[in-house]
Design a protein around this ligand. Sequence first.
Ligand code: C2E
Ligand code: MG
Ligand code: MG
Ligand code: MG
Length: 288
Amino acid sequence: YKAKTTRSGHHIYRNDDDSHGETRLRTLEELRLALHEDQLILHYQPKIDLHTGDVCGVEALVRWNHPTRGQLQPDAFLHLVEEGGLMHAMTQIVLEKALDQTAIWHAQGQLVTMAVNISASSLIDTALPERISSMVAARGLSPSVLVLEITEDFLMTDRDRARAILTRLRATGVRIAVDDFGTGYSSLAYLRDLPIDELKLDKSFVMPMAGDPRATALVVSTIDLAHSLGLRMVAEGVENSATYSDLAVFGCDAAQGFFMSRPVPAAQLDEWFASRQEGPAKAAYKSS
Ligand code: C2E
Ligand code: MG
Ligand code: MG
Ligand code: MG
């Protein structure tokens, strides 16, 4: 395989002969069909408020129910969505589905925020803020229930442009989170003047915490710095109870990870909501 980096920074691996290229084209055709035939579905992963132990939000994560290859994870097809110029269409579908589900949960009294991942290519769409406003209003929701998760590289390429785009988006009332924080090249000082609300500390910092004082020290100081800039800190990749309770003690605001729940279909998360309300489960997630 030869590795090639596109302008958008994606790595494409291809064979010297063209058989791989053909597969890619066929997959792209399948992907177009998938958008039309509603084969993209969302799974939802809960976020827990570490100050109260309550569910505070969910993140929507896309999956592709492929007719023959089974359920595909984002890593298997997102680069193709980008390459095929289908990201706008996908973002629209994901936002519609996620907001539909938010409206259902809110009607049931499950007042969660909904986080949606927005690629850099979708953020530069100047119609996005208006579309988001009307989608939110059409469902009778407050825009503040929507959290847009963006990645650090978007902030790094052109800071003034990023600031302008985020300012317009935030003016609609939605909230902005920086995803996978710590994996890019931005520093907290660099993020200081950007209109953002939340940092999501990448799982590569959170997962090694258990039993590792140096990894833990790094997380603690990052939480403190985020707070000193008035930002909310969310930890992703929380896989065990020790990490969960440590994060609560260190003042991290929210946690997300397999320890609480994997990303699951909405119906399955409904069962999880119900089991937490009934059982002692909620207490187990509380700090102290
Ligand atoms: P992300 O936004 O950082 O999402 C978190 C990823 O970490 C998810 O992978 C989730 O399943 C995984 N994860 C959550 N908790 C744990 C844990 O405790 N341990 C471990 N090892 N992993 C955990 P997933 O669903 O495969 O998504 C991968 C990435 O694909 C996302 O990373 C996001 O960047 C992108 N993505 C997913 N859905 C969308 C979408 O609708 N639009 C766009 N543009 N990107 C999306
Ligand atoms: Mg995310
Ligand atoms: Mg992340
Ligand atoms: Mg990630």
